[in-house]
Design a protein around this ligand. Structure first.
Ligand code: 2DT
Length: 211
C-alpha cells in the first residue's frame, strides 16, 4: 500500500447488539494500544457529525421518517464518505478501532425484512476489516443492562431478530466473544473488570467463551 515505510494500521471492528458492551470494549482496547505506544484512533458508525450522519440521527431519534431502503443506503453512504480518510489513516500506520461497521448495516436492515443480498450490495468496495470482534450477548441479558435510550431500534423483539441476522454474517475474520459466559468466568477468576474483552488479555485468563 503506497510508498510509506510505516506498516499499515489494522482495521478492528466491534459489532454486537445494543448494550452488548461495544463502546466500553472499544475504549479499553484504545487505551491498551495507546499504552503500547501505537498510533490508534477510535471511530464509530453511524458518524453523526456529517450531513448524512445528521439525517441518520434524526431517523434514529424518531424525528424523521424514511423508507427502509433509503435509510439503509444512508448508513452505507455514511461509511463511503469516510472511506478515503479511513484508507489514508491505515496507510499512514494508524490502527482504527471502529464501533459498528457494515455488519450492523446488513444485520439491522435485513432484520426489518429487507433482502439480505440487497443489503450487502452497497457495502462492496469498502475496506475489509482485519478483525471483527463480535460481542455475543443474549438479547434478554443486553436488555437487563438497561440504558435503552428510546432510539428506534432499541426494542427487545427487534434485537432478537438482529442477533439472528448477525449470525448469518460470521466469517473467518470474526472473533466471537460469548459475553455472558466470559463474564462469569471473569468473576470466578477474580478479575474485577466488568466486561470480557480485552480484559482477559490483561488479567492473563483464557476465556472459555472465546472461539
Ligand atoms: P449506535 O447506538 O451504535 O449509535 O447505533 N445501525 C448502525 C444500522 O441500522 N445500520 C448501520 O449501518 C449502522 C452503523 C444500529 C445506532 C443504531 O443504528 C443501527 C443501532
Amino acid at each position: 500500500m503506497g510508498a510509506s515505510n510505516e506498516p499499515r494500521g489494522a482495521l478492528v471492528v466491534f459489532e454486537g447488539l445494543d448494550r452488548s458492551g461495544k463502546t466500553s470494549q472499544c475504549g479499553k482496547l484504545l487505551s491498551y494500544l495507546e499504552g503500547l505506544g501505537l498510533s490508534v484512533e477510535l471511530w464509530r458508525f453511524p458518524d453523526r457529525t456529517t450531513s448524512v450522519g445528521q439525517m441518520i440521527s434524526a431517523y434514529l431519534t424518531n424525528k424523521s421518517q424514511l423508507d427502509d431502503h433509503t435509510i439503509h443506503l444512508l448508513f452505507s453512504a455514511n461509511r463511503w464518505e469516510k472511506r478515503s480518510m479511513m484508507e489514508a489513516k491505515l496507510k499512514a500506520g494508524t490502527t482504527l478501532i471502529v464501533d459498528r461497521y457494515s455488519y450492523s448495516g446488513v444485520a439491522f436492515s435485513s432484520a426489518k425484512g429487507l433482502d439480505f443480498e440487497w443489503c450487502k450490495a452497497p457495502e462492496n468496495g469498502l475496506i475489509a476489516p482485519d478483525l471483527v470482534v463480535y460481542l455475543d450477548i443474549p438479547p434478554e441479558k443486553a436488555a437487563e443492562r438497561g440504558g435503552y435510550g428510546g432510539e428506534r431500534y432499541e426494542q427487545l423483539e427487534f434485537q432478537k431478530k438482529v442477533a439472528q441476522h448477525y449470525k448469518l454474517l460470521e466469517d473467518s475474520s470474526w472473533k466471537v466473544i460469548l459475553c455472558f459466559i466470559s463474564c462469569h468466568i471473569a468473576i470466578a477468576t477474580r478479575c474485577h473488570d466488568d466486561r470480557c474483552f480485552p480484559m482477559h488479555r490483561r488479567c492473563g485468563e483464557t476465556s472459555g467463551g472465546d472461539r
